[in-house]
Design a protein around this ligand. Structure first.
Ligand code: PHE
Length: 343
C-alpha cells in the first residue's frame, strides 16, 4: 500500500510537470494516464491486492488522483484547441477591412490633361522628350547660340560633371526633336517638366510644368495661331474672357507675342493677382523663326509654322484657388486629396 501511495505521488509530480502542449500532446496524455490501458486503470487493478480495511482509503486517494489527472487533461486540451483558436482569431471576419488609400490625380496633372485635351480636339498629338537635354536641342537649334544674351532669360542648371548636358529650361527641345524627324506637316502638343534656377517663393519654383505647341505646314499664318489660341481660351476659361496680344521677343519665333487674358478673379477691374492691370499673362507665342526651321532641315521658303508655350502651374493656381506654388511639390496628402473629383 505504502509503495503504491508513493508511486501515485511520483505520478502526480510527473503529470504536474507534463511539458507537452497542443492537441497531439493532449491525446498522448489521455492514452498514457486515462486510457483503458492507462495508468489509472492500472492502479485500479491494484486495488484487489490490498487488504480490505485499506481499500476505502486507497479508493479515495485514487479518485482524487483521477480527478487531478482529468483536470490536467482538460487544461491540456484547452491549449490544443487554444492554439487553433488563436490562429482563427487572427482573422476576425466580423472586423471592418483595412482601408486601401485611394490616390487622387495631382492638380498639375489635371490642369495639364485639360490643356492637352483641348488641343487634341484640334488635331494636335502629344509628343514628349528628355528632361536632361543637350545644348543643341535646348538652346542652339532654337536660335539661342552660346553667348546669346537671351540665354540669360532662362537661368539654367548644368550637369556639373559634364556641362554639355543641362536640365531643359522649356519643352521646346521636344519641338526640335520632332522637327528633326522630318515628317511634315507637324502638329504637336508637348507637355513636360522644366527647370530653371529661380528663387523658390510662393510664386516661383526651380521646376515647373509647361505645355508647348507647334504647327508646321505650308501656308500656316499668324491668323491660324490667333484662331487656335482663341479657341483654346474659350474652351479653357469660358466665353466671357477677353484676350490681348502684346508684341514680345523670343529668339525662336518672329514675330513673337505674349497673350494675356482678362483677370478671372477681378473680371478685369484690377486686383493683387493681376497686379491691378486687369490682365494675366498666360503664354508666349509666335511664328517659328526661319533659322530654327533650317536647323531642322525644313525649307523655310516652303513651310511656315507657329509655336506657343504656357506654364501649367499658374492656371492651376487660378483654377483651384491655391495661393502658393510650393504646395504642388510638398507631397502633403491633406493638400493633394482635396482635388479628388474636381474637374
Ligand atoms: N519656350 C518659351 C518659354 O519657355 C515659350 C514659347 C514657346 C514662346 C513657343 C514662344 C513660342 O519661355
Amino acid at each position: 500500500m505504502e509503495a503504491l501511495l508513493q508511486k501515485i505521488e511520483a505520478y502526480r509530480q510527473e503529470i504536474n510537470d507534463y511539458a507537452g502542449t497542443g492537441a497531439e500532446a493532449a491525446e498522448q496524455f489521455r492514452i498514457t494516464y486515462l486510457g483503458t490501458k492507462g495508468l489509472i486503470k492500472n492502479l485500479m487493478g491494484e486495488m484487489k491486492h490490498l487488504p480490505a480495511d485499506r481499500k476505502k482509503e486507497f479508493g479515495q486517494i485514487l479518485n482524487d488522483f483521477k480527478q487531478f489527472t482529468e483536470a490536467r487533461y482538460s487544461a491540456l486540451k484547452e491549449t490544443g484547441s487554444n492554439g487553433q483558436q488563436s490562429s482563427a482569431a487572427a482573422i476576425d471576419l466580423s472586423l471592418p477591412g483595412d482601408t486601401i488609400p485611394v490616390g487622387s490625380r495631382h492638380p498639375i496633372s489635371m490642369m495639364r490633361n485639360r490643356i492637352v485635351s483641348i488641343f487634341q480636339r484640334l488635331g494636335f498629338s502629344v509628343a514628349e522628350g528628355p528632361e536632361i537635354e543637350d545644348d543643341w536641342h535646348n538652346f542652339t537649334a532654337l536660335n539661342l547660340p552660346e553667348y546669346h544674351p537671351a540665354r540669360d532669360m532662362q537661368d539654367t542648371f548644368y550637369i556639373s560633371t559634364d556641362p554639355a548636358w543641362l536640365l531643359r529650361t522649356h519643352t521646346s527641345n521636344i519641338q526640335i526633336r520632332e522637327m528633326e524627324k522630318g515628317i511634315l506637316p507637324l502638329r504637336i502638343i508637348c507637355p513636360g517638366r522644366v527647370y530653371r534656377n529661380e528663387t523658390i517663393s510662393a510664386r516661383s519654383h526651380c521646376f515647373f510644368h509647361q505645355v508647348e505647341g507647334l504647327y508646321i505646314d505650308e501656308n500656316v499664318s499668324f491668323a491660324d495661331l490667333k484662331q487656335t489660341l482663341y479657341f483654346f481660351v474659350k474652351e479653357m476659361y469660358g466665353n466671357d474672357v477677353s484676350v490681348r496680344f502684346r508684341p514680345s521677343y523670343f529668339p525662336f519665333t518672329e514675330p513673337s507675342a505674349e497673350m494675356d487674358i482678362s483677370c478671372q478673379l477681378c473680371k478685369g477691374k484690377g486686383c493683387n493677382v493681376c497686379k491691378y492691370t486687369g490682365w494675366l499673362e498666360i503664354l508666349g507665342c509666335g511664328m517659328v523663326h526661319p533659322k530654327v526651321l533650317e536647323h531642322c532641315n525644313i525649307d523655310p521658303a516652303k513651310y511656315t509654322g507657329f509655336a506657343f508655350g504656357m506654364g501649367v502651374e499658374r492656371p492651376a493656381l487660378l483654377k483651384y484657388g491655391i495661393n502658393d506654388i510650393r504646395l504642388f511639390s510638398e507631397n502633403d496628402v491633406r493638400f493633394l486629396k482635396q482635388f479628388t473629383g474636381v474637374v
